[in-house]
Design a protein around this ligand. Structure first.
Ligand code: ADQ
Length: 461
């Protein structure tokens, strides 16, 4: 029997990953990432519980405690993983909400599965929430949960946060189930977005689709109002800032530069291997700089780290092939003995190695075609208390709204990206420091703690 909680997080995944120890016994390890870091302390303070899938299909697991959190596994069958998760979430909503960078799949059985799974999450939450509890639903996989949960438990205070962009009406309109999705979100008391633009798109949509009036932040339903507001997510600034001052990280950063052949410029990209991230665009720009002779192999090294992601989805497999072909071509054409211009890694790294890489890099390349926020940009800024390091940042990342002193680029404009890459390489230390200082001030004051507490204050007020 599960005990009831006054504070619940409902997310597609639990905040822990299963690992197998040397003795063969299974153990849980906290998943990396800002969301978990930000929410874990709130959970511990409030006797909170976290509901989510535990990552293994066709397996039923009892609720358990780990890391001071009550964790409630929600099961998924392998068919649901295919239809709800890889299907409707990642092949329909993900591309549709990211400017249809690839065509979204519109399949009825994927939608059916999405609805079934959302229902299961709502029922599980209804069962464990104390009377009047605060429930915070996360992200695009669970957009129907707020209304389903409200129908079961009208006493709850329900918040929803969308981590990805909310698209313009014209794109959203394509969905045959547009009405259900919007009504699903309107079950919440507070719907949070990364940027004011996403919130505005949503309010417009409610008016056009459902004829609902709104005034400033509030959408008016018959019997209540729904608040829509932006809360730009952030990172644990202090954690990175402290980590990169540790002697072993400083040492590792120096070592990385040596291992790369001590080039004048180290450029770095760190992304999930996703077609929204603009990895191909930035490699193309770098390839052209080599072709034009603006940079020479040995003088500049581009390190691209691409974390394996959604590998069972066709588009992601194709992307991996494309990127690997592109890396091979550029290296084949421009390498000289002992100096390969692109170092590509299809691997995941722990926080420490990632921090050392950020510290080692002179230029961070963040060039998504569309991105809700982009935490990598903020992590890089958090790591540069030395005020060395330039950020080249896409205008289409949510982070660009806050990090105005980055070298901003339109990733579709190869010439523009090349110009800004060269500008970043040639900028004086004084200019680099000035830009970095401004960006650090922003990330230091608006960190992930502040994000979570502002959301929860708004939800509870
Ligand atoms: P993502 O699309 O996953 O997140 P991002 O915000 O950049 O994108 O977060 C990626 C995270 O994974 C970062 O914390 C990064 O350090 C980590 N990471 C990337 N590559 C790694 C590697 N090789 N090894 C280890 N860690 C790696 C979604 C939205 C974003 C939004 C976030 C949070 O798409 O727009 O910023 O959620 O809301």
């Amino acid at each position: 029997m599960t005990s009831r909680s006054s504070f619940l997080i409902v997310a597609n995944r639990l905040p822990v990953d299963r690992t197998v120890g040397p003795d063969g016994a299974a153990a849980w390890r906290r998943s990396p990432g800002g969301l978990v870091t930000a929410i874990a302390p709130v959970m511990q303070r409030r006797r909170g519980a976290w509901l989510g899938w535990h990552g293994a299909a066709d397996e039923l697991l009892e609720p358990f405690r780990d890391d001071g959190m009550n964790l409630i596994p929600v099961p998924l069958t392998s068919e649901e993983v295919e239809l709800y998760y890889e299907g409707f979430s990642n092949s329909t909503l993900w591309p549709l909400y990211h400017d249809v960078v690839v065509p979204p799949m519109i399949e009825r059985e994927m939608w059916e599965s999405y609805r079934t799974v959302n229902e299961r999450f709502a029922e599980a939450a209804a069962e464990v929430a104390e009377k009047g509890a605060v429930v915070w639903v996360q992200d695009y996989q669970l957009q129907l949960v707020p209304a389903m949960l409200r129908a079961l438990r009208p006493d709850l205070r329900i918040g929803f946060f969308l981590h990805i962009p909310f698209p313009p009406i014209e794109l959203f309109w394509r969905l045959p189930w547009r009405r259900e999705l919007v009504e699903g979100l309107l079950g919440a008391d507070l719907v949070g977005f990364q940027l004011p633009g996403g919130a505005a798109n949503f309010r417009m949509l409610c008016k056009r689709l459902l004829g609902l009036p709104y005034k400033s932040n509030e959408i008016f339903l018959e019997d209540r109002a729904v608040t829509t507001q932006s809360f730009p997510i952030s990172v644990d600034f202090a954690e990175f800032d402290t980590l990169v001052r540790e002697p072993h990280i400083v040492h590792r950063a120096k070592e990385i530069r040596v291992e790369l052949g001590d080039p004048e410029h180290v450029l770095l990209g760190v992304d999930r291997l996703d077609y929204t991230k603009g990895i191909g665009q930035r490699l193309e720009a770098f390839g052209e700089l080599l072709r034009d002779g603006s940079v020479t192999p040995g003088e500049a090294v581009f390190v691209q780290i691409a974390t394996p992601s959604r590998e069972r989805v066709e588009e992601y497999r194709r992307l991996r092939d494309d990127i690997e072909l592109q890396v091979g071509r550029i290296n084949g054409q421009y390498s000289v003995l002992g100096a390969q211009p692109i170092q590509y890694f299809h691997q995941s790294y722990d926080r420490e190695e990632l921090a050392a890489l950020y510290l080692a890099a002179d230029i961070m390349m963040v060039t998504p075609l569309r991105d809700g926020m982009n935490l990598v940009a903020k992590e890089y800024v958090s790591c540069h208390h030395d005020l060395q390091g330039a950020l080249v940042l896409s205008e289409f990342a949510g982070a660009a709204a806050e990090l105005r002193s980055a070298f901003l680029v339109n990733p579709y404009d190869v010439e523009g990206v090349k110009r800004q890459m060269l500008a970043a390489m040639e900028a004086s230390p004084h200019e680099v420091a000035r830009r970095m200082r401004t960006m650090r001030r922003r990330v230091a004051t608006y960190d992930v703690d502040r994000w979570a507490s502002e959301f929860l204050t708004a939800l509870e007020s």
